[in-house]
Design a protein around this ligand. Structure first.
Ligand SMILES: Cc1cc2nc3c(=O)[nH]c(=O)nc-3n(C[C@H](O)[C@H](O)[C@H](O)COP(=O)(O)O)c2cc1C
Length: 381
């Protein structure tokens, strides 16, 4: 699947920022568009696949979160609601009611994906069971599992996945971490792609901070088979990124993002907001995802309506300053053209230069031991 793409670039599924139109545009441009279905009902998933298929014969992916049913205790929910009460007042929202549902039912969504049989499906926040992966593959769906550690990549490999999306700490949005402690899983894209590459035999997709030609070329040189690009598409014409969110991206200062778990209960990276900063003192009292996510949903929607970026979630990666406005097709084509130019230029500059001589005795350096290739000082001739 990855080798057959004209452009080895996957448009990252981004819940709240992407829908059918961008998926279609990137797939038509020769990359792999991804439909973010984590917030969709099974019927909506079926319908989205039909809409995308009607628009293009090119391959596309559908993405959901792998979640177990949440069953929080009443006391922790009440405590979390108390912390949110002053923020709700700011937008004139009434006293909060306990939501009917904490998150969509993963298994019902998965059944709809298996039935719709999209060319590819990607998953984050957890690992599917081997029989679920087998059911997807039987329908011809290429299965991509998100990993933030080598251990998670091995879990996906053991369960039968076709490829691993290696999500580095630079990435915008939620961390996909599901096995180790979140803080032990904060690995940069360079180290993560390399260590997964040498540990397992599956194709690896590099995600996190890959936002321009240079970083795409670098990821491919690291051994990635493809890249997954999220943040660089946030200002695409076809993205559904709300207007205040777009403005916050355009106005972001240097180093504008941070990791937080106060918005949703799961670590995620976004542009720094007043809500993140002020709620961080209460981090220990924030319930885990999806409970906090459900409790803040109404508040975040009210903030977006009020054009208040201090309370909205503005998920974005560390390379957000590289984002440019354009059509999704133009972004896809520019990223790939630039990556090809970088690879050509580096090949001309470095691969064609003579090999480093670092063996044996250097003239006049009596008594020095020969250095191992690649480990000692060398010089370009
Ligand atoms: C706004 C936003 C929403 C995201 N939503 C999802 C999602 O629904 N599913 C998913 O697997 N990943 C999601 N991600 C993470 C991306 O798949 C990917 O790992 C990340 O965007 C790559 O890093 P980059 O943002 O530096 O390009 C989201 C990222 C962003 C920025």
């Amino acid at each position: 699947m990855l080798a057959r793409l004209k452009i080895p670039l996957i448009q990252a599924p981004m819940l709240g920022a992407t829908a059918e139109a961008i998926t279609i545009a990137v797939s038509q441009a020769g990359g792999l568009g991804s439909f973010a279905a984590a917030g969709s009902s099974p019927q909506q998933i079926t319908q989205a696949c039909a809409v995308i298929r009607a628009a293009t014969d090119a391959p596309f992916a559908v993405n959901i979160f792998v979640l177990e049913a949440a069953n929080p205790d009443g006391e922790s929910v009440r405590a979390a609601m108390e912390l949110l009460a002053p923020w709700r007042k700011r937008f004139g929202l009434p006293a909060q009611a306990v939501p009917n549902q904490w998150a969509p039912d993963t298994r019902a969504q998965l059944a709809a994906i298996i039935e719709a049989a999209p060319p590819a499906a990607s998953f984050t926040f957890g690992c599917l069971k081997p029989e679920e992966i087998a059911a997807l593959k039987e329908r011809g769906t290429f299965v991509i599992g998100t990993a933030t550690t080598v251990t998670e990549a091995k879990a996906w490999q053991d369960a039968g996945a076709d490829a691993i999306c290696a999500q580095g700490i630079e990435a915008g949005g939620h961390r996909g971490t599901f096995l180790a402690d979140m803080r032990a899983s904060m690995i940069g894209t360079v180290a993560l792609v390399r260590t997964i590459r040498v540990a397992i035999d599956l194709p690896v997709i590099a995600a996190g901070g890959v936002s321009d030609g240079e970083s795409i070329a670098a990821a491919l040189m690291l051994g990635a088979d493809a890249v997954q690009v999220g943040t660089a598409f946030l200002l695409a014409d076809e993205a559904i990124t709300p207007a205040p969110y777009r403005r916050a991206i355009l106005e972001a200062g240097d180093d504008p993002t941070r990791l937080t778990r106060v918005v949703s209960g799961r670590f995620a990276r976004g542009i720094d907001t007043q809500f993140m900063r002020e709620m961080e003192q209460h981090e220990a009292r924030i319930p885990p995802y999806p409970v906090q996510n459900a409790l803040t949903a109404e508040l975040r929607a009210a903030a977006a309506r009020a054009d208040d970026t201090d309370v909205m979630s503005l998920w974005a990666g560390q390379s957000v300053k590289l984002v440019r406005e354009d059509s999704a097709q133009a972004i896809t084509e520019r990223l790939w053209r630039d990556a090809q130019a970088v690879m050509r230029a580096k090949t001309t500059r470095f691969a064609a230069s003579p090999a480093v001589r670092s063996h044996g005795r250097r003239p006049g350096a009596s008594g020095m031991r020969a250095s191992r290739p690649g480990s000692g000082p060398g010089s370009f001739e």
